[in-house]
Design a protein around this ligand. Structure first.
Ligand code: NAD
Length: 502
């Protein structure tokens, strides 16, 4: 029997099933999903095999033939219904996210669930606004039209750090454009996605339009290789993204990749240091540092570097760790024991490379939660950009502070990583910040703020952080084909009374 610290979530007491072709499907296999705050099993999730992947893609392909022609107003209404149902159950979803992922409840409420609801409504609005064009051509008597048509079955493969939200980033544009979808959430936090299928069912989506399979790399791999899939929308590690791209080549599937990051958060000496300190703090410790946009390299102009690093370290030491369900908790556990070991390895490597730890640096224990995967919020000083800790994505609450003197040198350092996801700049001189923003190799630059997101503003990476955009109008493009239609307006047509019986 699953154990949970929140008895109000009846969902966890139910046998959990896949969702394929409008039906809840039992599986032979199961996989345990843990509560990272306790290390205990939270629930047994249904484990798919290649067979269920095939059933799901086949159902989605069949449903596509109808869904693509379903009036956009109707698709939009169904999406609105799903958003309304989610809003009506938002407290439960937020708690589920906390139990499965570990994040603080306020964060799950304000970010994960709130943004998921907004996303569904925002893209429901787009369903009726996907237009084509009448194109000018230079051939007399010819009309040329460009149509935009849905690509087909989408495979959405998502990570565990924002479990439901990462699914919504793909589900919402897929549904709005008339695609059908097979979702494979992370095996480490699949519960909110499974619960969402109750609402998809209740909202009345036709069978096969939305399907969910659960499993790890084998199940993801089967989905990627399936010839019935037209587009893969992937978020996860860069190494996985490359593997998926390679596996998609034979069928020339469309692929968008939202991958890792190692984002620079840059502070000029003229910045409002209170704001910069709080931006540096939130930039790295939000979501336990398990955010692709984590501002994990703090570049501070030398004259204020010690002062700023000390402020952030003092704040870090004061962070209250605990269960995400505890209202006092500021930071929850990491996702797993293996991940905590990996994060600790980076801190050890930094110390071996000659850097110094000014806050944290080790596993943390929380009273009453002995089995939890807690890690101390960590600040490392004296980091050089060529150290492992400054080059590789840690995906944990570990901040590297690097001081700089010369702006040309800073530009090279900031861009001197494989990744290109996001960046922050703190300065009282907006013109200077804007000039620097032009040089930064990043999909998003925040000036005097950090980590802002909005449903209407595209987000994505460059370099090893991937390609494609989520959010905004731009995010629908990979879900659409364009088709050029030629009409000869001078072709002989029956004139009135000829060949037409009245
Ligand atoms: P991961 O790559 O280990 O797993 C992501 C998903 O891919 C999971 O569902 C997993 O089961 C599946 N998968 C793994 N191997 C596969 C394979 N060979 N074929 C098909 N599917 C496979 O990533 P993770 O640890 O779950 O997530 C953390 C990573 O996600 C970090 O690198 C983070 O930066 C990145 N991320 C990026 C963004 C972004 O928008 N750029 C957002 C969130 C997270």
């Amino acid at each position: 029997m699953p154990t949970t610290t929140d008895p109000s979530i009846a969902f966890l007491q139910r046998p959990l099933r896949l969702y394929i072709d409008g039906a809840f499907v039992e599986t032979d296999g199961q996989l345990a999903t843990l509560n990272p705050a306790t290390g205990e099993t939270l629930a047994m999730a249904p484990l798919a095999t290649e067979r269920e992947v095939d059933l799901a893609v086949t159902a989605a392909a069949r449903a596509f033939e109808t869904w693509r022609f379903t009036p956009p107003t109707q698709r939009a209404r169904l999406m609105w219904s799903l958003a309304d149902l989610l809003e009506a159950n938002k407290g439960e979803f937020a708690r589920l996210e906390v139990l499965d992922n570990g994040k603080p409840l306020w964060e799950a409420e304000a970010v994960d669930i709130a943004l998921t609801i907004e996303l569904l409504r925002y893209y429901a609005g787009w369903a009726t606004k996907i237009t084509g064009q009448v194109l000018p051509n230079s051939i007399p008597g010819m009309l040329t039209i460009s149509r935009r048509e849905p690509v087909g079955v989408v495979a959405a493969i998502t990570p565990w750090n924002f479990p439901l939200l990462e699914v919504a980033y793909k589900l919402a544009p897929a549904l709005a454009t008339g695609c059908t979808i097979v979702v494979k959430p992370s095996e480490l936090a699949p519960l909110s996605t499974l619960r969402l299928m109750d609402l998809v069912h209740e909202a009345g989506f036709p069978p096969g339009v939305v399907n969910v399979v659960i499993g790890g790399p084998e199940v993801g791999g089967a989905l990627v290789r399936h010839p019935g899939v037209s587009k893969i929308a992937f978020t996860g590690q860069t190494a996985t993204g490359k593997e998926i791209l390679r596996a998609s080549i034979d069928d020339l599937k469309r692929v968008t990749l939202e991958l890792g990051g190692k984002s620079p958060n840059i502070v000029f000496a003229d910045a409002d240091l209170d704001a910069a300190a709080s931006g540096a703090f939130g930039g790295i410790f939000f979501n336990q540092g398990q955010a692709c946009v984590a501002g994990s390299r703090l570049f501070v102009e030398a004259s204020v570097a010690d002062e700023l690093a000390e402020r952030v370290a003092e704040q870090a030491k004061g962070i209250r760790l605990g269960s995400g369900l505890d209202a006092e908790t500021q930071m929850g556990p990491l996702i797993s024991q293996a991940h905590r070991t990996r994060v600790r390895g980076y801190v050890d490597a930094a110390m071996q490379d000659g850097a110094t730890v000014s806050a944290g640096g080790a596993d943390a224990s929380v009273a009453g939660l002995d089995g939890g995967f807690f890690f101390q919020p960590t600040v490392i000083n004296g980091v050089r950009n060529d150290m492992k800790v400054a080059q590789e994505e840690i995906f944990g609450p570990v901040l590297s502070v690097i001081s700089w003197k010369d702006e040309d040198e800073l530009r090279a350092l900031a861009n001197g990583v494989d990744y290109g996801l996001a960046a922050g700049i703190w300065s009282a001189d907006t013109s200077k910040a804007l000039r620097l923003a032009e040089y930064l190799e990043a999909g998003t630059v925040w000036i005097n703020t950090y980590g802002m997101f909005d449903v209407a503003v595209p987000f994505g990476g460059r370099k090893h952080s991937g390609f494609g955009r989520e959010l905004g109008e731009e995010a629908m493009e990979p879900y659409l084909h364009s088709k050029s239609v030629w009409v000869d307006l001078q072709a002989a047509v029956p004139s009135a009374g000829q060949g037409i019986s009245r």
